[in-house]
Ligand binder design. Structure first.
Ligand SMILES: [Fe+2]
Ligand SMILES: [Fe+2]
Length: 193
């Protein structure tokens, strides 16, 4: 799915179901971080009109997702906990190239974002197909579609703005790296855990 090499073991959903407050809290913060990432891209690339337009749309959509998760938390009588560390995303940050031009940094940031969208989308698919709660199953199926659209947008912009980076080659490196770390996950009740 979306070029990912390793699929999540559906037994991860059993872990998730043991602590719905934890997955929803972590998920809410994932949406906030996705919005913050889109805003970061806007701040650093203000002159790129099409990019700013699309990143504004994504930032709003991600905050809408945050609002949806927060509403579910409230309806279930749960509490939104404090922001969680995302070890998976921190592992991806380590792989991201920090040198290069401002344009290289943009392309790398877009690929980093596409990677997170791809895995989040896959996790939402696994949730939607395996979770017992029918409301959450539908919710995660809807979000899976939305995050797949974001994945396509980020990868499309990476290709559009590539100059001295070959995006197809670099994307293969991202996919390889991701497959080398994801085996360590699938054992916690968080979106990427
Ligand atoms: Fe989202
Ligand atoms: Fe997204």
């Amino acid at each position: 799915m979306l070029g990912l090499k390793l699929a999540t073991d559906p037994r991860w959903v059993n872990i998730v179901e043991s602590n719905i407050e934890e997955i929803l809290t972590d998920h809410a913060w994932c949406e906030q971080k996705a919005a913050s990432n889109a805003i970061y891209i806007i701040v650093n690339n203000s002159e790129k009109e099409e990019l700013v337009t699309e990143m504004t749309r994504i930032a709003l959509e991600e905050m809408e997702h945050f609002q949806m998760v927060h509403t579910i938390i409230k309806e279930k009588g749960l509490t939104l906990g404090r922001e969680r560390k995302d070890n998976y995303v921190n592992d991806l940050v380590k792989f991201a190239k920090k040198d290069g031009s401002r344009n290289d940094a943009l392309v790398e940031r877009l690929l980093f974002a596409a990677m997170i969208e791809a895995r989040s989308c896959e996790r939402f698919k696994v949730l939607s197909e395996n979770i017992q709660d029918p409301e959450l199953a539908k919710f995660y199926r809807d979000l899976m579609i939305s995050e797949a659209g974001h994945y396509t947008t980020f990868l499309g912009f990476a290709k559009k703005y590539q100059d001295n980076i070959n995006v197809d080659t670099r994307w293969k490196e991202w996919i390889e790296y991701e497959s080398s770390i994801i085996a360590n996950y699938g054992n916690r009740e968080t979106v990427h855990g």
